[in-house]
Structures are given as C-alpha cells and as structure tokens.
Ligand binder design. Sequence first.
Ligand SMILES: [Zn+2]
Length: 182
Amino acid sequence: MAILPIRVYPDPVLRVRCAEVTVFDDDLARFVQDMVETMHAAPGVGLAASQVGVEQRVAVVDLSVGEDPAQLLVLVNPVIESREGSEVEGEGCLSIPDLTEKVQRPFRIEVAAQDVHGASRRFAAEGWTARAICHEVDHLDGVLFVDHLAGLKRERAKRHLKRLVKEQGEHEWHAAAPASSL
Ligand SMILES: [Zn+2]
C-alpha cells in the first residue's frame, strides 16, 4: 500500500470528467487500497480518484477516518439516482486546503455503484454520508464544492483560490488539511 500525493487547486486534473471503470482487476483493487490509505493519512473523510491524478470514476468515503471498517464505502462508477430534502453544513476539501464554507446538499440520496469486483449495488444514504458521496461524485465530474457557493461566500472562496494559485506557483503545499475534508 502507498500514500499517494493529493492534487491541490489549481491542478487541472481536478476539472476533468473521469472515465467509467471497465476493468475490475488486481490493479484496481490495489489502487482502491492506496486511496483508502491516502484518505486516512490526510486525514479526510472522502477521496476521489482525480484528487490523486487518476481520471477514473472511483471514490472512497469513510466518516470514521479508519476507526470503524464497517463505515468504509468504496464506490466504483457511482451514480446518484435520487435526491431528497436539503441540509446546509460546513464542508471542506483536501484539494482546497484551509477553506470551509456552508454548502447546501440533499439530505437523503439513493446511490447505485459497483464494488471493486464489479458487483452492482443500490443503497440509500443520509446526512453527512450523503453529503460526502455528493462531494465525491462531483469530483468525478470535475466539480468542486466552491462551485456551489453564491454571493459573499463565493467571493470569499474566489479570494482563497487566488491565494492557492499563487502559493502553488511558489512551492509545494505541505499544510495538513482539517479532518472534515473530502
Ligand atoms: Zn474534495
């Protein structure tokens, strides 16, 4: 297993629409293990493949950050099939260090996804689990949480992103991200 470097804004891979996974082999299984290790080490509660530079529709979510193996979700080719209700909570992203803003997300979603072997399943998720899945599926489409902000929050985020562009141009980012990041 290996910890993979996390890509930080404005890395262009964060804007790519990732491709469907069609090959379910040992390489995919190893990549998923590396993603889980990378997410836990960050620490973060979710990670999408494009955040480690791989343009494939793979994401992992673990609200327990490694404390409870039963909470780990491995999502290959995830699709959000329905959305219900709404909830506003503070959200951050491992690829946008040091920014947390309140984002409106559905309270309950239904998800269809494959596992690492290609088996399909369908399940419902609520609250923070639903939020994390929406955040990661957005990543797979090249969408970042700041894209959902409006008004003053959007202006604040824009200023933050501008700073990141400057910093990324000057040095590699080494700061630790908050534990609620995805
Ligand atoms: Zn993120």
